[in-house]
Design a protein around this ligand. Structure first.
Ligand code: ATP
Ligand code: MG
Length: 247
């Protein structure tokens, strides 16, 4: 059996006086796209923040490659956060190269990667513009470029297609598919179930801080006797919430 890249076991998280996650366990394998799903406020972003060491878990294990993330090992992780934002007064190419070098790329490699990427996403003519001169969707494409620099073995994308037009959404999904082909593990957070149907190998649906569905797309469909992830999601959320104590 392949070794998991992300290992989350019996993870509990309390923020303020709110118990957000209860005994959550899951694994993400190299080379798979793992859809991490759940309604607004169900705890997806908070789980990612705990995995990245931004939030301290109340209890449990959150490992990447067999250990908690450290600044050094985090260089192998690409992250597109839900809250977007680059330093708007910097130029596009300078920004990308800065992050590339932070991830250990040589200056030449960072420049080459950035120019190739900008060409791919049709922003090469904006390379020497300040970020603030770009539209929201264009800035988002730059932020994706930053996230995938240095060929991360783990890529975490928190609603990456939010606000993108259909052409750019397809472009982004193609790029994510290619990263998977190259062996990266991708944790993909989205509210769009057609993206899950198109991309995901396995999925987890979070509700009330626990996993209500977890497994390969085919296995989850079989378990819920449905051919539609969207229907399964709705069914799970229509169920009366279990009596989980929210302390
Ligand atoms: N720093 C914080 N302090 C207290 N509560 C927080 C904090 N961050 C998030 N929460 C709460 O934790 C819960 C989960 O939030 P989270 O952002 O993880 O949800 P999400 O699944 O990412 O939702 P969405 O789909 O809307 O992005 C929410 O009830 C939110 O109010
Ligand atoms: Mg979120």
């Amino acid at each position: 059996m392949k070794k998991s890249l992300v290992h989350v076991k019996d993870f509990n998280l309390t923020l303020g006086d709110k118990n957000i996650i209860h005994d959550l366990s899951f694994d993400v394998m190299p080379g798979e796209i793992f859809a991490f799903l759940g309604s607004n406020g169900s705890g997806k972003t908070s789980t990612i923040r705990a995995l990245l060491g931004i939030y301290q878990p109340t209890s449990g294990t959150l490992w990447v490659n067999g250990q908690p993330l450290t600044p050094k090992t985090a260089a192998n992780v690409g992250y597109l956060p839900e809250e977007r934002g680059l330093y708007v007064r910097s130029k596009v190419l300078d920004t990308m190269m800065y992050f590339g070098e932070l991830k250990g790329m040589t200056r030449d490699a960072a420049r080459q990667f950035s120019m190739d990427y900008l060409e791919r996403v049709e922003l090469a003519d904006k390379a020497n513009l300040k970020i603030k001169k770009l539209s929201g969707g264009q800035q988002q494409k730059i932020q994706l470029g930053v996230a995938i620099m240095g060929n991360p073995e783990l890529l975490i994308l928190d609603e990456p297609t939010k606000g993108l037009d259909p052409v750019n959404r397809k472009l982004l999904l193609d790029i994510v598919g290619e990263l998977k082909e190259r062996g990266a593990a991708v944790i993909y957070i989205t509210h769009l179930m057609e993206e899950v149907e198109r991309l995901a190998d396995r999925l987890l649906i979070l509700k009330d801080g626990t996993a209500r569905a977890y497994g390969t797309v085919a296995a989850v469909k079989k378990e819920f006797n449905s051919n539609s992830i969207e229907d399964i999601f709705v069914k799970i959320y229509k169920e009366k919430s279990s009596e989980v104590a929210h302390v």
